[in-house]
Design a protein around this ligand. Structure first.
Ligand SMILES: [Zn+2]
Length: 300
């Protein structure tokens, strides 16, 4: 059976049941007051799908409250279609494509995809290289920094810093304003364990990383050295090649205001990729489990 034939993609009631089973995996909780025991499903023809009554605070609630779905009128089964498509497309899927595939307006597709990127944002990865593992660190340049004239070189481009933990296969990717060590070091120290081995290229800003991490070594790309024993940044460069193909081929235009969301999207798919035995369906479920507390309002 095609994955796209599943009932949760076509039937709103099935879609609610699917989301509830994941968001309330440890039991249904009233999002208003935290009541866990005294809640019940509301019936009746005029009751909206998925509405429960809380006997603690006496308010009705649905699984959408406090999640990226809150205040959205898009049917839940279309939300699940959008999450699946974004999670299953290695280089991403444009708002235009979602608009045409789902039959929602372009504006709605745009907001849906940004909310789904919020769900993909993972702030709880823990330290990379914990237990003495190896972390590759590198940066890439993309688009144009607002207000900077286009010149030769990469100074006018936006900068994305990415870390890959070789043991877990996970990536963390973030937008940085510049590549000075004063900017990068706090980020690296917050995300990489002190006992880690860190590999970078020969860029000057990484010169003194050995003072902060157990081991730091680099390959000299300027001298065409890409691998020296275990020392290489080829893994993180492989990550960047997917990121850049997606950003150029699928998303085409992205301002700095939103770049961090795209960075989170690519890192999410990479950290939950097929090579780590995570299927498209599992990846979509992982995103779905992260919808709580990620509400994105239209003003943001
Ligand atoms: Zn309540």
């Amino acid at each position: 059976m095609s994955i796209l034939s599943r009932p949760e993609f076509h039937n709103e009631e099935a879609a609610y049941a699917y989301v509830e089973a994941r968001v309330w995996a440890n039991g249904r909780v009233c999002p208003h007051c935290g009541e866990a025991d005294r809640t019940s499903k509301m019936g009746g023809k005029s009751t909206r799908i998925g509405t429960y009554k809380c006997y603690g605070c006496r308010k009705p609630f649905t699984v959408k409250i406090g999640t990226i779905f809150e205040a959205s009128h898009v049917p839940m089964n279309l939300w699940l279609q959008a999450i699946y498509l974004m999670c299953a497309s290695k280089k991403g899927i444009s708002s235009n494509q979602l608009h045409r595939t789902l039959g929602v307006t372009l504006k709605t597709a745009w907001f849906m995809s940004h909310r789904i990127r919020e769900a993909m944002r993972d702030d709880t990865l823990g330290a990379f290289g914990a237990g003495g593992g190896t972390v590759e660190v590198d940066e890439t340049f993309i688009g144009r920094e607002p207000g900077k004239p286009v010149r030769r070189g990469v100074g006018h481009k936006m900068k994305v810093l990415t870390l890959v933990d070789r043991a877990t296969g996970r990536a963390k990717s973030m937008v940085v304003d510049d590549l000075k060590i004063a900017t990068l070091l706090p980020i690296l120290k917050a995300n990489i364990a002190a006992e880690a081995t860190v590999y970078t290229d020969e860029a000057m800003q990484y010169d003194n990383l050995g003072k902060h991490f157990a081991v730091h070594d680099s390959v000299n790309h300027g001298a065409e050295e890409y691998v020296r024993g275990a020392v290489t940044t080829n893994t993180v460069e492989g990550y960047f090649s997917i990121f850049k193909r997606g950003m150029k081929g699928v998303y085409q235009h992205c301002g700095k205001k939103h770049l961090h969301r795209y960075a989170a999207e690519f890192a999410f798919r990479y950290s939950n990729r097929v090579a780590l035995d995570i299927s498209d369906v599992m990846r979509a479920d992982i995103a779905l489990q992260s919808i709580v507390g990620k509400r994105l309002t239209y003003a943001q």
